[in-house]
Design a protein around this ligand. Structure first.
Ligand code: ZN
Length: 115
């Protein structure tokens, strides 16, 4: 386990393997906490170091919470007694032939996963 047993950059102590690291970061003003990551921890000052896999994983998760650079604004209209949101042309083009959508709410956000 030489890859993960590194010396602490804070105090120089040999770190120990850890499989219960919690990583928190702020993305676009929202706090994200990721638990159960692997890496190593300093037994003296408790500084934690993520291994390569966990670094990549947490970056991937954090990126999912990043707000997109382009936001299309649409009004919710009514069609056949139902409320309808039009899909912007640019997004529709990117969807290609995908035609199934799972929808759920995240706070006041409607999240659509297409497949
Ligand atoms: Zn230390």
């Amino acid at each position: 386990m030489s890859e993960i047993e590194i010396k602490c950059t804070e105090c120089g102590t040999q770190t120990k393997e850890a499989r219960d690291i919690t990583f928190s970061t702020t993305v676009d003003g929202r706090e994200i906490v990721i638990t159960g990551l692997t890496g190593s921890r300093c037994p003296v000052c408790k500084e934690e170091y993520l291994d390569a896999d966990s670094s990549e994983k947490s970056l991937e998760i954090a990126n999912k919470f990043r707000r997109p650079a382009i936001v299309f604004k649409r009004k919710v209209t009514v069609s056949g007694g139902r409320r309808v949101i039009g899909i912007p042309e640019e997004i529709d083009r990117a969807l290609g032939k995908k035609e199934n959508v799972d929808l759920w709410l995240e706070g006041d956000k409607i999240v659509a996963e297409v497949y």
